[in-house]
Design a protein around this ligand. Structure first.
Ligand code: AMP
Length: 279
């Protein structure tokens, strides 16, 4: 496995490899890797001759300085996990490397980035689009892998690829969960055991909500039940639960097919998200 901290040598390396390879897969991450990330690496390895994993905590996508400061950084153990998973290349740049010039170009991912997560984390998806564009340009992968866990992020990136006509095939990989149902997340590292147990309320809420909407319950009633369930769980604060169309993230009332339930909230000071596709 090769590790690059700088763009120039990475580009030179990939230029050399491209001559003899039919495809390169990219898995963009912010590190503090868990099995969810490794599933993305596996998906890429299954479809490409060479897999690049980027590890970069991108400051422009954080709208909260505390969250950025507290974001776990575990490069040494990330390297071990990636080596074991058969990843070929790690790209782990510094901020100076990624933002060598002052950012003059404004990113605006439009309406799809302004609802749900975009409402609670203003500017978040503009930062995501900025860094993903940079990574696509630096690595020029044939395929890129993202998790369903960040459902809205995937939609934003799909739009970005369509609109800017990147010749990159995207894949969404299903959410990998703990046995408890808790969606794996790097931010879970900041939870103690009892907080982790409390955090399962988000997945439980999604399951309950899905049962109720399938039975034809009004979504306003479902929302209230989820609120009550979260309020009854220590240290948990629900931010939102919404039921939307997977294509445009607009609210749906009764159509199950092609819809998704999305939830976000805090356990203590750690913000978590989760979602469940309905059919
Ligand atoms: P992050 O490091 O949190 O930015 O995540 C990097 C990629 O891994 C994103 O595409 C995430 O959606 C994906 N990911 C994170 N957690 C999971 C999970 N539990 N299951 C599947 N994919 C995940």
């Amino acid at each position: 496995m090769e590790i690059f901290y700088e763009i120039k040598p990475l580009r030179a390396f990939l230029r050399g490899k491209r001559k003899n390879l039919s495809s390169i897969g990219l898995v963009p991450t912010m590190g503090a890797l868990h099995q969810g990330h490794i599933e993305l690496i596996k998906a890429s390895r299954g479809q490409n001759d060479l897999t690049v994993c980027s590890i970069y905590v991108n400051p422009t996508q954080f709208n909260n300085a505390f969250d950025l400061e507290k974001y776990p950084r575990t490069l040494d153990s990330d390297k071990e996990k990636l080596e074991k998973a058969g990843c070929d290349v790690i790209f782990a740049p510094s901020n100076e490397e990624m933002y060598q010039t002052k950012s003059e170009i404004g990113f605006d991912v439009g309406e799809i980035g302004s609802v749900l997560e975009g409402e609670f984390r203003p500017g978040h998806f503009n930062g995501v689009a900025q860094v993903v564009c940079k990574l696509f340009n630096i690595i020029q992968p044939n395929r890129a892998y993202f998790g369903q866990k960040d459902f809205q992020q995937y939609k934003v990136i799909e739009n970005l690829v369509d609109e800017l006509q990147f010749d990159i095939q995207l894949t969404s990989v299903p959410i990998f969960r703990e046995r408890s149902g808790l969606a794996m997340s790097s931010r879970n590292q900041r939870l103690n055991e009892s907080e982790k147990a409390n955090a399962t309320v988000f997945y439980q809420s999604l399951l309950m909500a899905s049962e109720l909407v399938k039975k034809g319950e009004q979504f306003i009633t479902v929302k209230n039940k989820v609120k009550q369930m979260c309020e009854a769980t220590p240290n948990v604060k629900l931010e939102y639960i919404e039921w939307v169309d997977t294509k445009n993230l607009k609210p749906v009332q009764n159509v199950l097919d092609g819809s998704v339930l999305l939830i976000a909230g805090y356990v203590g000071d750690v913000r978590l998200i989760d979602n469940l596709l309905l059919e």
